[in-house]
Design a protein around this ligand. Sequence first.
Ligand code: FAD
Ligand code: SF4
Length: 490
Amino acid sequence: MKRIIYVSFDHLHPKYGALADADPKSDLIVLVESARMVTGASWNKIRLYFLISSARHFKAELEQLGFKVQYVKAATTVDGLKKVAKDYPKLPIISAHPSSHLQSKQLAEFGVSFIENDFFLTPRNLFTSWADNQKSFLMESFYRAQRNRLGILVEGGKPVGGKWNFDKENRLPPPKNYKYPPYLKHKADEIDQMVADELGISPSDTWGTSRKAAKAQLKNFIDNHFANFGPYEDAMTVDNWSLHHSLLSPYLNNGLLHPAEVIDAAVKRFEKGDIPIASAEGFIRQIIGWREYVNGMYWHLGKDYKELNNLNAKRKLLPLFEDADKTKMNCIKSNLEDIQARGWVHHIPRLMLLSNLALITGTNPQEFLSWMRRVFIDATDWVMVPNVIGMGVHADNGVMMTKPYAAGGAYISKMSNYCKGCVYDPKLRTGDTACPFTTLYWDVLDRNHEQFVGNHRMAQQLFGVKRLKDMPEVKKRAQAVLAGLDKGLI
Ligand SMILES: Cc1cc2nc3c(=O)[nH]c(=O)nc-3n(C[C@H](O)[C@H](O)[C@H](O)COP(=O)(O)OP(=O)(O)OC[C@H]3O[C@@H](n4cnc5c(N)ncnc54)[C@H](O)[C@@H]3O)c2cc1C
Ligand code: SF4
């Protein structure tokens, strides 16, 4: 053997990272299942199941390719590498550059050599050169540059379909009397069963744990959901938990799928001519735009970014986040139950329900971030930190997003069918049945007037507060709502 190749649980692809040029004759492959990962926090067990079972399947896949693989269980990743290094003291250890600040530091200190992390479409230095030339980090500018650089949905320098962005067409509420395609169910095998038994749960049929399953999920999206992805992208409904979302983030984040494979499948299908441009553009923007932008920003903004709390939000995590029975809000309860069941809800509940609630209640960003990281199946540091700190709760005072995503019950009522089954009324801002979102929306604008007043994009909303004649009553109701939320009674 000439080298040890360390493969982390989010680099599970045989053709990328340090495995790209690996040779079964001279490379020993090491995967480490660290106790810190398993017991370090009260992780959603579905997340652990997915990560561990995927890694164990990947070990089997590499062995079939002829590699010698050591799957080590140890207290920490570095302890696991130490164990292997004891047996092979002279061999260098290499790895693709880790996907988090913490692991980069720990592995570098241990002496692991890094090669470029190519699990994204944008090398980190390329993103830096884009970011260094921006006055503000607008995702839309980055996305257009990506379209041109990668030559996707571009003809002669012009956007296919005549527009760069079809977002406005993609904001329909949930359809009524609509038949959704059946959910794709994944069958558990022996490895899945063993991991589930170790964790004391049943195997998940929502999430597959092999490359084959990840490819089946991609095919399911392309065949059954891609055409309608756009229009209902922002809709939320009690009728169906995934609508037309792809459910690909876990596989993209642990390496079972590479973004190039996803884009290739999407572009090929679009070229057949039966996918509306608004759906094709909308989906491609998520992959080559949002996903790459968020990863680029994670590295560009540095390791201290996750500690920001520029709105000085001090409230402790609301009890409802730990126990869905601690709320009567139908929208929140329903999503917490979905998260408990599958570790997943789509981007609008994450942003406009969960993060919005944290923002308008003044919940401490770090407490909320830590909860989000614990409960979601796809919650990797690089993607959760910018999405929560920057986009979700505006704790960076607008470094990433030009204005906070605060919204009242009117938005939720328009984009979902939760409100019909709720004890609260989205139209009311005062009184016992006032929607907590509606009351707190006005209250948060008033509470943070100083911080928001300099932001011209907030002018209309702040003007709205001034025009409210019943603001004293709204503020009184807001105090009651906050106290009730703290006690788990609202
Ligand atoms: C507050 C907040 C927290 C989030 N936390 C995570 C997280 O921990 N992990 C995660 O993978 N995504 C996160 N997202 C982004 C997004 O919600 C999920 O990627 C998406 O819901 C996953 O479901 P899907 O694969 O069906 O996505 P689709 O809606 O089908 O979109 C396709 C893909 O686009 C990418 N994508 C879309 N939006 C984003 C985004 N904002 N940032 C990065 N990638 C994006 C994902 O890879 C996703 O799989 C978060 C968004 C918000 C607003
Ligand atoms: S009324 Fe308010 S709390 Fe109830 S479901 Fe609608 S938005 Fe959510």
